[in-house]
Design a protein around this ligand. Structure first.
Ligand SMILES: [Zn+2]
Length: 600
């Protein structure tokens, strides 16, 4: 079925939602219920597909197997076409924090994936915590710093779940700490991510000093080694399907060679680090989830099982979303998701579990494609007014900014303009970190510094240089109506970072996986800021329904809380969960489209 074929049938619903929402008063801070044993527990599976933008889902879900996981979730559940993040910094840590707390970085404190410390040096994870140690599955504590939620300023969904249901259990798995920790909250039963150096899944002493034995076979060194051993190959059938769908040849200019993976099929997978940018990463995470299912099914306590599928993001970063690799990763993810749903059916019965699926941010194509016949973005825009489509995908040149190169260029220009430095200690997407000398400048000289930064950065694709020392908090309202509001929501007074570099459409900061190659995300435009949301909740949302109108990111948080039977996190942005929304619109909503696997 062609994309958009059944869209018209759903358009009515979106317009009803605003009216339904407007006539409700939902207290955003209901009283905390005392802990209870609760009824026999349901299972909520919360899946984040890292870098799954609305534009990509709209283009690719209709091309996937009708027997695949995405099509099944869409048939059996509700599709929200556009969940919008309220912040400009559309990256993994801010996105996952927003999903699992309901609040933008201004509230959460999670202002970037990485930050640069007061002494300068390389960027490090915003979750890095020198007071903790990594704990590897099968090997115990390692002599290396771990991660924690010390940087997070607010409670999470899992924190509420754990404090209000004494029998609640929480499991969270990802390839990245920033993909796992926010869903796991502060008292997870298990939170695991991949440590490329040791080639095994790890947790942190912030959460546990050992890992459950029943997870060992799914996530130890041997499991990771076995997952990467076969390499990444294409069967004849897969090769034909990928070649028919990908916009570019297998060996496309601009693709990176990440950790020895090479740029064309077949890909040998030389290390656990390289494995992250292959479908083997998804296989391992689903394997951990299925190990958890066997454990959960034994006693049926209320459970949150969170998966953040990171390989979708790594593959797009390295090869670009139009590559053979990106199409095959999505094809395999879809098939593996279907198998996982089958495992859920067997363990809990088809009515016995709920699923939420969304993305933490979107992404953009290789800049090398801009202006070429392979550039699907601009082809799609050709019929849209002003060359801007629903997802704000730009025509024209796109820019890749390598942060270390920009930092050197800024320092050179600042020395020339202001005298001996150091002025800039580093750049961690999207923040410039200034040295003590720069911070001590008076207002006039600081403005000179900003002007120099603007003069150097603008030709490289930076649209605005925002001085965070002088960000008017009034710019935060009204929500998401302006770039200033999106930047305001992305930043927090007193948090690390001095200047915010707001990218022009199509520009991104090189994520340093394969410097000078590949692509990224992190802009305030809807190709990065809008993600889909699927809600499968038998008996609670109508199968096959579609919400076309944009909903805020906190809709995910509030829906997850409703499905778990607990209040939303205290700081969560106001709004509805989709169950309430659907209940209020049911009388007037159009009937579900049977078997609506195609289009929206
Ligand atoms: Zn990413």
């Amino acid at each position: 079925m062609a994309p958009h074929q059944d869209r018209a049938a759903h358009l009515v619903l979106g317009t009803l939602l605003a009216a339904a929402a407007a006539c409700q008063t939902v207290p955003s801070h209901p009283p905390v219920a005392p802990p209870t044993a609760g009824p026999s527990g349901r299972l909520l599976v919360a899946i984040v597909v890292d870098q799954l933008g609305s534009w990509l889902a709209e283009e690719r879900w209709p091309e996937l197997d009708p027997a695949g996981g995405f099509a099944r979730l869409r048939r059996e559940g509700l599709t929200v076409r556009e969940l919008r993040y309220p912040h400009a910094v559309t990256d993994t840590a801010p996105g996952h924090a927003a999903l699992f707390t309901g609040v933008a970085p201004r509230g959460s404190g999670i202002v970037a994936n990485e930050i640069i410390g007061p002494g300068g040096g390389d960027p490090e994870s915003i979750l890095a915590d020198a007071g903790t140690r990594l704990v590897a599955i099968g090997a115990g504590p390692l002599d290396r710093p771990g991660s924690s939620l010390a940087a997070l300023k607010v409670e999470t969904l899992a924190d509420v779940f754990k404090s209000s249901r004494r029998d609640a259990r929480v499991y969270s798995f990802s390839l990245k700490d920033r993909g796992a920790l926010f869903a796991g909250g502060r008292r997870p039963d298990a939170v695991l991510w991949l440590d490329p150096a040791s080639g095994a899944f790890v947790t942190s002493t912030a959460f546990a000093t050992s890992t459950p034995d029943w997870l060992r076979a799914a996530g130890d060194q041997a499991a990771v080694a076995a997952a990467r051993a076969p390499g990444w190959t294409l069967s004849d059938g897969a090769r034909a399907w990928v070649a028919a769908h990908a916009a570019t040849p297998d060996d496309q200019r601009g693709e990176g060679n990440y950790a020895g993976l090479g740029r064309t099929f077949p890909h040998a997978i030389p290390s656990a680090k390289a494995m992250r940018a292959t479908p083997a990463g998804d296989q391992l995470l689903f394997g951990l989830a299925e190990a958890a299912l066997a454990h959960i099914a034994a006693d049926r306590r209320p459970t949150l099982l969170a998966l953040s599928l990171s390989s979708h993001d790594y593959v797009a970063h390295v090869f670009g979303p139009d590559s053979w690799e990106a199409w095959d990763e999505l094809r395999q993810l879809d098939a593996r998701l279907a198998a996982f749903l089958g495992a859920l059916d067997r363990a809990f019965g088809p009515e016995g579990y709920d699923v939420l699926l969304t993305g933490d941010h979107g992404g953009s194509p290789l800049p090398e494609l801009a202006g070429t016949p392979a550039d699907r973005w601009c082809r799609k825009n050709a019929t849209a007014a002003n060359d801007v489509d629903r997802w704000q995908r730009p025509c024209g040149p796109r820019h890749r900014i390598v942060p270390a190169e920009l930092a050197r260029a800024l320092e050179g220009a600042l020395v020339a303009a202001l005298g001996a430095g150091p002025w800039v200690t580093g750049i961690a997407d999207p923040l410039v970190f200034l040295g003590a000398k720069a911070r001590a400048l008076d207002a006039g000289r600081r403005q000179e510094l900003i002007d120099v930064v603007r003069r150097v950065a603008t030709p490289l694709g930076i649209a605005e240089v925002v001085d965070l020392a002088h960000l008017d908090s009034g710019a935060c309202a009204p929500p998401e109506s302006s770039r200033a509001a999106l930047v305001c929501a992305a930043t927090r007074p007193g948090q690390p970072g001095d200047l915010y570099l707001l990218q022009a459409p199509g520009t991104f900061f090189d994520p340093n996986y394969t410097p000078g190659f590949g692509t990224s995300h992190g802009t305030p435009y809807l190709y990065d800021r809008a993600v889909p949301l699927l809600v499968r909740a038998p008996g609670r949302v109508r199968a096959g329904a579609v919400i076309d109108a944009p909903v805020p990111a906190a809709t995910f948080t509030r829906t997850a809380a409703a499905l778990l039977g607990v209040r939303a996190p205290a700081a969560a942005d106001p709004g509805d969960d989709v169950i309430r929304t659907m209940a209020n619109t049911r009388a007037s909503a159009p009937p579900p489209t049977p078997g609506s696997a195609g289009g929206w």
